[in-house]
Design a binder for this molecule. Structure first.
Ligand SMILES: [Mn+2]
Length: 353
């Protein structure tokens, strides 16, 4: 596996000088943030990331994300032009060494949480989603204030998007994903890039918006659309794992054996009775997911893709981007290193026996 860390570029309070000090850290996961979704990235911006990482002993070889424009997901408007732009971005990042592109196909909003700084008994804070809080929220009424959501949407614009997705429905979204994959994956394949779709977070419909990258059956359907290692998964344990119907170690085992995991996001969540969940420390006993079983499944199947400790808590007085502080993600990386080392030694011993 290749250990990686997400970095938000020049404005990230977490510096590459610090990231490089995490043991076994290799790859930087980043993106060009100075253009709107759908636009072509400038080569200067891509080259700057690659050069800056290299100067710090790190490799920029994973992009998260190249955003998919709403027109592509809705199959309308400037869809054809945005698809061309998307392909051009893949060619451009590949030119500067990128091997894996993470993206998602979630309508309107990426992840959804109801609070970004929920305080735990130990004084740490983390992102949570409480169904009770969610029930009282309607993004179309009054001020849109759900944490982490794109505040740049005007209310009318949002109303129109919601209506368009309601009309499109799940099968319509599948059709548009199919078109996207059939156009984009061959380009990625030719450039030596693996496309890695990120599951919907959480993996069920929110506010009536359709969501399709949610469960094993749908992941199978998505992978079958283009049967190539260039059409792969970002298997995010925390996103899929906040629904009780997903058995994460079993899914990791299955998709790693098929060589259809290009990128692992590993984090732990504590799942509650009513479907609410809290992001927790990576350590198995802190949440609902068996981290050792997840790493075992990867190692057993010879996984050689990218791994990053996904969101972390805020600890030790750190402030910054919720979920993306240095300290707890560094603890996560160190913990994952330990699990991988142990599992790899055990696998090696088995092979030599
Ligand atoms: Mn993730």
């Amino acid at each position: 596996m290749k250990m990686s860390f997400r970095w938000y570029g020049a404005d990230d309070p977490v510096s590459l000088e610090y990231i490089r000090q995490i043991p076994n850290m290799r790859s930087i996961v980043s993106a060009v943030y100075d253009v709107k979704p759908g636009q072509v990235w400038s080569e200067e911006s891509i080259a700057w990331i690659a050069r800056t990482c290299e100067e710090n002993g790190l490799v920029f070889d994973v992009v998260e994300s190249i955003p998919v424009h709403e027109d592509i997901k809705l199959g309308r408007g400037n869809c054809a032009q945005y698809l061309e732009n998307y392909k051009e971005n893949i060619r451009r990042v590949a030119k500067y060494g990128v091997k894996c592109v993470c993206y998602n196909f979630m309508p309107v909003f990426d992840w959804t949480r109801t609070q970004l700084d929920r305080r735990a008994v130990d004084g740490s804070t983390s992102l949570v989603m409480y169904m009770e809080q969610l029930a009282g929220l309607d993004p179309l009424s009054g001020e849109l204030s759900l944490p982490g959501w794109d505040a740049s949407y005007q209310k009318e614009e949002l109303r129109e998007l919601f209506a368009a997705y309601a009309e499109l429905g799940e099968e319509g979204l599948w059709r548009n994903l199919e078109r996207f994959l059939k156009e984009v994956v061959p380009v990625a394949e030719a450039c030596g890039v693996r496309m890695a779709i990120h599951p919907d977070d959480p993996p069920y419909p929110i506010f009536g918006l359709p969501r399709i990258i949610t469960c094993e059956k749908n992941l199978d359907r998505m992978l079958a659309i283009v049967d190539s290692p260039a059409n792969s998964l970002t298997l995010c344990t925390g996103s899929l794992g906040c629904a009780a119907f997903n058995d994460i170690p079993q899914m990791v085992e299955k998709y790693a054996a098929m060589d259809r995991i290009a990128f692992m996001h590993i984090r732990n969540v504590k799942l509650m009775e009513d479907g609410s969940f809290e992001e927790r420390a990576h350590y198995t006993a802190c949440g609902s997911l068996d981290m050792a079983a997840i790493v075992q499944a990867l190692v057993r199947n010879g996984f050689d893709g990218y791994v990053r400790p996904d969101h972390g808590r805020m600890i030790w007085g750190e402030t910054g981007k919720p979920g993306y502080g240095l300290y707890d993600r560094a603890l996560g990386a160190a913990y994952l290193n330990g699990l991988f080392e142990m599992c790899e030694k055990e696998e090696g011993a088995k092979r030599n026996a």
